[in-house]
Design a binder for this molecule. Structure first.
Ligand code: PHE
Length: 347
């Protein structure tokens, strides 16, 4: 190995020892810098003949290029190592388990309500919405329940510190029955003066309020009102329709209905509707799900209709009650405590 090969070899070693770009630049200066070894060799050619300069110069140049190649190689190796370190440091381990966020869902009472709306829509009923803060007339008087009548205590509710046009305090509606009168009046107005009025067929679901609180009663609860008024509507239609509804809601034909005589000021006759399952954990027990009855002639009059011509029935059912039966919940209050451990079971 001649002197030039040794020089190339020692540059390769020097570059290999450099661990940073700065160290590499220092090492480079030893060989290729102004006072480096290649420059010194070039200077040493001054005394040579022209012929000798040619061969010696070519040899030194080849050594210089070889050293530059070693330098470039080491530069690349240092850059590659730096990049590899950076990639390693910034790596994301996509296999780590992440915190699962569950999506929200419908409240079980809303689920029940949507089922009820779908079933009644399929039977040709409209679905209507009404105010939760009501006037005294719509909540009571229009429903044949005049001021100071004892039947008002059946629906004891909360009052708002504001008076309606009659000077009576507004109330949080104790039932959805005001919607019977609101909907029917709008319907009657729409068809006033026409020879034929289509039947009124509507359900009105929503929140209702009473001064009541225990495992089966909540101060806020949900009802849906049903109303069917026409020239030839009878209790028989109520029975057939409600049985169809109950069988669709519970997805079972193995259930029975019972109409138990009752009293409401706005229906005459009146009945509680009880349901009995033939199978399952609740089998054999009559469970109350709804009030109902033939709409009282005075209420038909308050709807703006002639009670000699129009007749029909109404019912008011507990949505929470139906949801409890469908989902097997035994305490109504669970629905309204906002406990996700309970609510997420219905998703
Ligand atoms: N509004 C009655 C209640 O809440 C239920 C009902 C509605 C009864 C319609 C008869 C007719 O108790």
């Amino acid at each position: 190995m001649d002197e030039l090969d040794t020089l190339v070899e020692s540059s390769r070693n020097a570059f290999a020892q450099a661990q940073t770009p700065a160290e590499l630049e220092n090492a480079k200066a030893q060989f290729l810098g102004k006072s480096g070894q290649i420059t010194a060799l070039m200077k040493g050619m001054a005394a040579l003949t022209v012929e000798e300069k040619k061969t010696r110069g070519a040899a030194i140049n080849a050594a210089k290029q070889a050293i530059e190649a070693c330098l470039a190689e080491r530069r690349q190796a240092l850059a590659d190592a730096a990049l590899a370190r950076q990639l390693q440091a910034e790596a994301l381990d996509v296999t780590l388990p992440y915190h699962l966020r569950s999506t929200g869902g419908l409240h079980p009472v809303m689920r029940a309500q949507e089922r009820i709306e779908a079933i009644f829509s399929s039977m040709g009923f409209d679905v209507a919405d009404g105010p939760e803060i009501e006037t005294d007339w719509y909540s009571f008087t229009a429903l044949n329940n005049p001021p100071n009548h004892p039947a008002r205590s059946m629906q004891d509710t909360f009052y708002v510190d504001l008076k309606d046009a009659d000077g009576l305090p507004l109330n949080l509606r104790p039932h959805t029955s005001p919607m019977q009168v609101r909907y029917a009046r709008a319907h009657a107005r729409k068809y006033a003066g026409q020879a034929h009025m289509p039947d009124i067929r509507v359900i009105a679901p929503g929140r209702t309020y009473r001064v009541d609180s225990d495992a089966t009663h909540s101060p806020m609860f949900h009802q849906f009102e049903g109303l069917w008024i026409g020239e030839n509507v009878s209790f028989k239609d109520l029975k057939v329709m409600y049985l169809d509804f109950a069988q669709a809601f519970f997805e079972s034909r193995a259930l029975q209905l019972r109409f138990r005589p009752s009293y409401f000021p706005f229906t005459e006759p009146s009945a509680e509707i009880d349901i009995m399952f033939e199978h399952g954990p609740l089998a054999g027990r009559w469970l109350e799900v709804s009030g109902s009855g033939q709409v009282h002639p005075q209420v038909v009059r308050n709807m703006g209709l002639d009670p000699e011509r129009y007749i029909g029935f109404a019912f008011g059912s507990g949505i929470d009650r139906l949801a409890m039966l469908r989902y097997g919940v035994n305490d109504l209050r669970l629905f309204f405590e906002g406990d996700l451990r309970f609510l997420s079971q219905f998703q």
